[in-house]
Structure formats: C-alpha cells, structure tokens
Design a protein around this ligand. Structure first.
Ligand code: AP5
Length: 215
C-alpha cells in the first residue's frame, strides 16, 4: 500500500506515519527527517538544505525529488510506504507520478489531515522527539508512559527541532498555503484524496485513517 499523509506543519503526519509503520509494517518516508539527517551529517545536500529549513522555506524540488527517487527504489519499500511531507509542490506530485509509473506502483490514497492554524502552533511549540530513535512526543498531548523515558527505546535523551520557533512556524505555514495546498486539487481530480479530522485526538485520528485505508 502506498499512502501520502498530507497536511500543514504540526498536523500530525509524523505521529500517524510512525504508528502505521509500527502497526502495519509500512515504511515511513519523511523528507523532513531525511533532510535533517543530511544536515546533521554535513553532506553537500545537507549544506544546501540547511539555510532553507532554518528559514522555514521549502528546499528545492530537485533535491527532494532525488532523495525520494533513490529511497523508494530500496528493498524495504517493496511492501509499501507512507510519504510524510512529500509531495509539497505540484512539480513534486508530478515527479512522484512518474516514479511510481516507472516502478509499476500505484498510489492508494492521499489522506489530508485538517487542523486549525492555532492548534498547529500549540502542537509545534510542545513537540519533542527521542534523540536516539526519533519517536515523537508532546509536552501535554503525548507524554512518555514513564516521565523522561522513551517508550520505544528507553533512552532518556530528547531533542527539539531548531525550526520549531514562532517566526519559522509562521513562515512554514505561509509556504504551506502558497505552495503545498495547491497540490490538493491535483489529487482530488485523480479521485484519491480523502480527508480526516486532524483536530480529533491522536487515537481518533488513527481510527479515521485506518477506516480510510480499509475502504
Ligand atoms: P517536515 O519535517 O516535513 O515538517 P512539517 O511538514 O513542517 O511537519 P512537522 O514535522 O512539523 O509536523 P507533522 O505533521 O509531522 O506533525 P507531528 O506528527 O510531529 O519539514 C521540515 C522542513 O524540511 C520544511 O520546512 C522544508 O524546509 C523541508 N522539507 C521537508 N520536506 C520537503 C519537501 N517535500 N519539499 C521541500 N522542502 C521540504 O505532530 C506535531 C505535534 O503534535 C507532536 O508533538 C504530536 O505529539 C502532536 N500531535 C499530533 N497529532 C495530534 C493530535 N491529533 N492531537 C493533539 N496533538 C497531536
């Protein structure tokens, strides 16, 4: 199964993609995570992406299309994957269509997660992740079962993203409405666009996504 989780920054794409990976064995392909890894390793691509990410702007289509093209050709993607944060422009959506066609793969659904802007800012401000395994948490909405200990790997070290500050979040939202929301009609026309209420609780959103994928 190939699924795109679609929505603005903080909508819950990563949270639900990690869950689908755990529960359904689909691979989470997050372009944000891949770019952050490239920045952390100081690769040429990371150096190009860093300034854009820190400013809350989109990284060039060429870079992200290239990383997804290479990634979906890997063996672990054969049983299906979840795209989290890609595509983010119409050019990326068109390139994805070409890649899937080349590999004889079919896109099953694009799940739009609808969330109010005010809630997005609150979610992003409270977000943190495990420094070791990247499991996601929130100061109030999703705490580890044991305070200060990652549920998934037991690590006691956590981190927050440098682009999760008020100024950059405002820019990321602006970019979403200007460049990414216009991708929605592209998928609506293809008949694969589905919506879930991203304002609901994490468990309720999970149920809605599972229902969409089972239909
Ligand atoms: P990226 O890493 O993709 O960030 P984003 O799209 O801004 O999305 P987020 O990771 O911020 O949010 P999310 O929807 O995953 O929410 P989460 O599940 O964490 O991109 C970062 C940057 O990389 C971009 O700005 C750009 O520069 C670059 N980039 C990446 N992809 C690119 C591309 N394709 N093209 C060009 N540039 C690209 O949830 C947020 C918090 O809310 C968590 O703490 C969670 O616990 C909580 N939460 C989740 N769901 C709920 C719920 N239902 N109720 C209450 N709380 C919830």
């Amino acid at each position: 199964m190939i699924v795109i989780l679609f929505g603005p920054p903080g909508a819950g794409k990563g949270t639900q993609a990690q869950r689908l990976e755990r529960e359904k064995g689909l691979v989470q392909l997050s372009t944000g995570d891949m770019l952050r890894a490239a920045v952390a390793h100081g690769t040429e691509m990371g150096l190009k992406a860093k300034a854009k990410m820190e400013a809350g702007e989109l990284v060039s289509d060429d870079i992200v299309i290239g990383i997804i093209r290479d990634r979906i050709a890997e063996d672990d993607c054969k049983n299906g994957f979840i795209l989290d944060g890609f595509p983010r422009t119409v050019a990326q959506a068109e390139a994805l269509d070409g890649m899937l066609k080349e590999q004889g793969l079919k896109l099953n659904a694009v799940v739009e997660m609808k969330v109010d802007d005010n809630a997005l800012v609150d979610r992003i401000a409270g977000r943190y992740t495990c420094a070791k395994c990247n499991a996601g948490y929130h100061d109030t909405n999703l705490k580890p079962k044991v305070d200060g200990v990652c549920d998934e790997c037991g690590s006691t070290e956590f981190k927050r993203r440098p682009d999760d500050n008020a100024e950059t979040v405002a820019k990321r939202l602006e970019e979403y409405y200007a460049q990414t929301a216009p991708v929605l009609p592209y998928y609506a026309e293809k008949g694969v666009l589905r919506q879930v209420d991203g304002m609901a609780s994490i468990d309720e959103v999970a149920k809605q996504i599972d229902a969409v994928l089972a239909a």
